[in-house]
Design a protein around this ligand. Structure first.
Ligand code: AMP
Ligand code: GLY
Length: 422
């Protein structure tokens, strides 16, 4: 089969790396890809959001399956456009992708279908949002831009003063553009966080292994939120809690989407807080997580292609459940100086060739570019996602951090405590 992966980050490098191992894949393309995807696929110079050109390419090159990594093209309706031309495209359609693209919708969906989440309040007018904050008792609250903001639209505020500043950034400074036209306030929840990604065609529901992302930029969860600084999987979740997550959150969400005429086909990512009162939904994403994908796919023993194909065709019930490597995978993201704020691009990267890569250790490219000569340089905030397998968290962490010590670029920073609590 001919397969096209859409996107250019660490998640897409991992998808290409895994799909390349499938005996069913003949030609593998990545649009636009990065220097990492180029090692395992043919990069195609089409931006991930240029749906018309991607469709043209898929028709011309007889692509059998297009796999969409990032949320933006999904929320723009890439799957719907491909379907109109009878081209198979993996991921939720536009109506279903709203579960990520519109946080106010996602919250209201939970309320309508009694899926447990934090209390929340939605405002479209600055004055109303301000007055909401002025009239609540001082204390922690979470402020979110309702639209897509590359994982940076969430501010966890310790008090009302910080909440006022967050509204200012969102609604007055318009830091997230139109995505900040509406703000969602959420009750601040405390507990352990877990991400559970589920593969579903809207009928059959296959939860993957639980993972833990580390969103804050600094060790000990200090500092502003990022797209994700590192992941460990599996995370130990008590069987009773696991059952609660599935029966109170995952299954009802898929059913709710069906009942609202938004049949969900693709990866459904639930970001969860395990509170003393039970699991609560923090957010949904309409795709695989980045960097959750990197360690999850290193642990996936099954061929990924048949699972994706069956999901897109609505025949997931015909597939065997995925088989997982029992070992632990840890992924640590090496970032550019300044990230998640402004950061520099074009800094030369050294030492990846010193890392002994193999099935148990991979350096996935996230934000890299190849200079005209041959130098590898930084091209994004999250630059590399070093991922390792080990018999336990300690072994996986050791292998991962050892590899990171081989790699350098000016200003490189990463968290030292990924998976340390496990
Ligand atoms: P999100 O992108 O919505 O998952 O939010 C990013 C991070 O902000 C999450 O991983 C949590 O650490 C934190 N967060 C989001 N919503 C809440 C909430 N209601 N209560 C506490 N923390 C939250
Ligand atoms: N790592 C979190 C996300 O992909 O949204």
């Amino acid at each position: 089969m001919n397969v096209l992966v859409v996107g250019s980050g660490g998640r897409e490098h991992a998808l290409c790396w895994k799909l390349r191992q499938s005996p069913l894949v003949k030609r593998l393309f990545c649009a636009p890809g990065n220097p990492g995807t180029k090692l395992v696929a043919d990069n195609v110079e089409i931006p991930a959001d240029d749906i018309a050109r991607l469709l043209r390419f898929a028709i011309d090159e007889k692509i059998d399956l297009t796999v969409v990594g990032p949320e933006a093209p999904l929320c723009e309706g890439i799957v719907d456009e491909f379907q109109k031309q009878k081209k198979l495209c993996f991921g939720p359609n536009k109506a279903a992708a709203e579960i990520e693209g519109n946080k106010a919708f996602a919250r209201e969906l939970c309320r309508r279908h009694r899926i447990p989440g934090p209390s929340f309040w939605v405002y479209e007018e600055l004055a109303m949002a301000r007055s909401f904050v002025d009239n609540r008792p001082d204390g922690p609250i979470v402020v979110k831009a309702s639209g897509l903001a590359a994982g940076k639209g969430v501010t966890v505020c310790k008090n009302n003063e910080e909440a006022r500043a967050a509204i200012h950034e969102c609604m007055e400074r318009r830091r997230f553009g139109d995505a900040g036209n509406r703000v969602v306030f959420e009750e601040f929840l405390e507990g352990h966080e877990v991400s559970l990604i589920t593969l579903t065609d809207g009928r059959t529901i296959v939860p993957l292994e639980p993972a833990r992302d580390h969103k804050a930029v600094g060790d000990g969860d200090k500092g502003p939120n990022t797209g994700g600084m590192g992941v460990i999987t599996p995370v130990h979740v008590l069987p009773r809690i696991r059952t609660q997550i599935e029966s109170q959150i995952v299954f009802p969400t898929v059913h709710a989407m069906n009942r609202e005429n938004r049949r969900y086909q693709g990866f459904l990512y639930a970001g969860l807080m395990l509170t003393p009162q039970g699991p609560r939904v923090l957010e949904y994403n309409c795709r695989l997580g980045d960097p959750e994908t990197q360690p999850l796919l290193m642990r996936l023993k099954s061929d990924l292609l048949p699972l994706l194909l069956a999901t897109a065709e609505g025949k997931l019930e015909e597939q065997q459940a995925p088989v997982w490597d029992d070992r632990v995978a840890v992924c640590v993201v090496a970032c550019a100086a300044g990230y998640p704020g402004d950061y520099k691009k074009g800094t030369p990267i050294f030492g990846i060739d010193r890392v002994a890569q193999g099935p148990d250790l991979q350096v996935f490219h996230a934000g890299t570019a190849q200079r005209l000569g041959s130098d590898l340089v930084t091209a994004g905030g999250r630059v590399l996602a070093v991922t390792a397998l080990g018999k336990d968290p300690t072994a996986a962490r050791a292998r991962c951090y050892e590899a990171l010590q081989q790699i350098e670029f000016a200003g490189m920073h990463y968290r030292r405590d990924i998976g340390a609590r496990a």
